[in-house]
Design a protein around this ligand. Sequence first.
Ligand code: BGC
Length: 478
Amino acid sequence: MKSRFVALGLILIFNLSFIASAFTYDIKTQPGYEEFIKYLDKIFFVSTDEMKNIIKDFHSEMVNGLSGSNSSLKMIPSFTDRANGTEKGKFIALDFGGTNFRVMLVDLDGKGGVFVSSVDKYVIDKQYMEGTGEQLFDFIASGIKKIMEKNNISSHNQLELAFTFSFPVEQTNIAAGRLLIWVKGFTASGVVGKDVVVMLNEALKRIGIKNLKVAALVNDTVGTLVAKSYTEPSCDIGVVLGTGTNACYSEKMVNIKKWREISDKETMIVNMEWGNFNKLPITVYDKNVDATSSNPGAQRLEKMVSGMFLGEILRVVVHDLIDRNLIFQDESAINAFSNHPDFTTQDVALIEADNTDNLENVEVFLAKKGVKNITLESKKLLKHISKLVSCRSAKLAASSIAAVVLWIDPELKNKHVIGIDGSLFEKYPGYKEMMDDALKSLFKENSEHIVLEQAKDGSGVGAAIIAASVASTNNIKH
Ligand code: BGC
């Protein structure tokens, strides 16, 4: 009996020193392979109790954000609400939010019908992401000019633009807002603190377009919610799980305590900017990813959940394992896993989804990265880590959604359709199922009240719907 206690004590001491060492990267006692995997399993595992804590912390941060107190959730009023399906008109929609931007011509028939007649897509090169604000907005304006020329849109008719800008913006009205901070790898100079609509207007003027007015400035989550609710009235939350992550929902005006203006509206959509939520079980690997990002300290939830970071999390974990001689005992692997940020979420997905006997797809992938002498055990470990990273992401995303649903409906009595856009949700194999499982573990059979539905490319259309509702309030005919 006594010896069992001694053994337990030793295991405890070993584990504690091991956890401490893993957090500081300064290990004196080298843990064995099995122990280290158990440790990874533990730190990446999000238990149901932890999910409940996250929900509780979300609620207190929401209260603070809505009242204007210090909070990691900005809870930004969007100056708009859900659609009623009667919005009508023709708009140019600009959707700018991450690795690429799109310009579209959107026609709304006023009966729930949406017709998109032209879509141009542009990849945003690093030179624009990291150059000057003027260069970036000139590039966007040139995309708008092209679609106008292509569709023979006369430069005499007055036209309206619906502008989706998927970054943290403090809106001052429906068509104005200051950029609070760059996220998703953007650092273009001279934009933070400025009104992005003014910057776009100046770029349009520089390029000779004078007949285009920005009718609405919209976050992509808001566009997603509005587009989904155009045809699905029980959709009350819009979420993006893509390069970045965020959510919005329709809030009672009385709850938006920081709202100082008089309004006859009962509800308004609030852009939560949940990517910045920071009451989270953070690992040493997350600290590492954060420290080398373009905005250290910010967007902590985003850095654990979104598509921009899952590859990087995998890379830093594997890099640590190589350092500890626990995986890939070959020099070539050190080079392959040293490059920040050389791993993408598609890579994580490819590794996790490889169901061949000898993990041949993983082998091909590693060989392309230049890794030599690959063992089956190493490939299995890589797959295991990929699963840990994606599963944690899905559980955190599900907990965040659960928090918003419970905020709106504390007893989960009604059905809530969550309109979700973004490549992580759309393309990562099994991601939705992992989210559904997490919701089941929280709410048992009641989880059926939360319906996660894809709302593909909704943000541009949603912005057009918002522009139409602004126009109808102002009695402008399109
Ligand atoms: C931005 C949000 C945006 C989200 C999804 C985040 O990085 O802060 O404004 O909604 O990405 O695109």
